[in-house]
Design a protein around this ligand. Structure first.
Ligand code: G1P
Length: 286
């Protein structure tokens, strides 16, 4: 079964101002790679190479990053830097499609921009500012489940009680095989109203049935067309499943999470781990 990839990247990075004033949050680096590149590599690793980015104003740096850079490539060749050159070529050879969301009308509206591109294929919509570190490629795992059950799917993570108001929250029941059947979803509920601590982490596997639901969705939280509300409409006619993400999530649009990602990833890199761990051990904690 052939899946497509959709990455909404139109949102502001308000938690990371001022760096995100004119720079997309998806270009924030973890060590030397922008977060969007981790995301694209995850799609490619799952065998999805038909990928659409839903962009917006101030997001041009994303297209530039995946463009060819002839001057740089020539320079690296001249200097005999074959390894970096190969990496740079790989980035520029990634074939991506782009469409602009002209008004910031929410994640649901952004995903609706993918309708023509998706062309009735099942697709994974995944936010572009999050790194999912896990042993198995989480997108591949979702695809396997879909191939078995043919139900739309949502990845979730359990969060601390007070954090439920930052996420879409799932009310569902366990049905075995690590899967939950969703009863309903609530977008950013108050902690006292949340039905669970199962938080949507912005990774969804849909088929084209979602588009009609988005079209019927009225503006919700924040005056935006929420994908959470569209899924609630889908639930009136179809089962939707959820499965727990088995790994560690880094929300790179959040300064603390970004910082910890940099430290943890550095400790895994041969060229950095010694220096970084020496630095950490020598830190004066007072
Ligand atoms: C969006 C979704 C929310 C989800 C979150 C995950 O919210 O609306 O349901 O939990 O992504 O990142 P946002 O973070 O764009 O406000």
């Amino acid at each position: 079964m052939k899946f497509k990839g959709v990455i909404p990247v139109a949102g502001f990075g308000t938690r990371f101002l001022p760096i995100t004033k004119a720079q997309p949050k998806e270009m924030l680096p973890v060590i030397d790679k922008p977060v969007i590149q981790y995301v694209i590599e995850e799609f490619l690793g799952a065998g999805i190479d038909d990928i659409l980015l839903i962009t917006g104003r101030e997001k041009r740096a994303l297209e530039d990053h995946f463009d060819t850079s002839i001057g740089l490539e020539m320079l690296l060749k001249e200097k005999g830097k074959e390894k970096v050159l190969e990496e740079i070529n790989q980035i520029s050879n990634t074939r991506l499609f782009y469409v602009r969301q002209k008004e910031r009308k929410g994640l649901g509206d952004a995903i609706l921009h993918a309708e023509n591109f998706v062309d009735n294929a099942p697709f994974i919509a995944r936010v572009g500012d999050t790194i999912l570190a896990s042993q198995k490629n989480p997108l591949k795992e979702l695809m396997k489940i879909y191939e078995k059950h043919k139900k739309p799917l949502i990845l979730f993570e359990r969060v601390r009680g007070k954090d439920v108001e930052k996420y879409g929250i799932i009310d569902g029941e366990k049905i075995g095989g690590g899967l939950y059947k969703i009863n309903s979803l609530a977008e950013k509920p108050k902690p006292e109203e949340a039905k669970s601590n199962m938080a949507i982490i912005g990774v969804y596997l849909f088929d084209s049935r979602i588009f009609d639901c988005i079209r019927k969705t009225k503006a919700g939280v924040g005056g935006e067309i929420q994908i959470t509300d569209a899924i609630n409409l889908l639930l009136e006619d179809e089962d939707v499943y959820a499965c727990e993400f088995a790994g560690k999530r880094y929300d790179i649009g959040d300064p603390y999470s970004w910082l910890t990602a940099n430290i943890e990833f550095a400790l895994k890199r041969d060229d950095l781990k010694e220096d970084v761990s020496r630095f950490l051990k020598g830190l004066d904690m007072n």
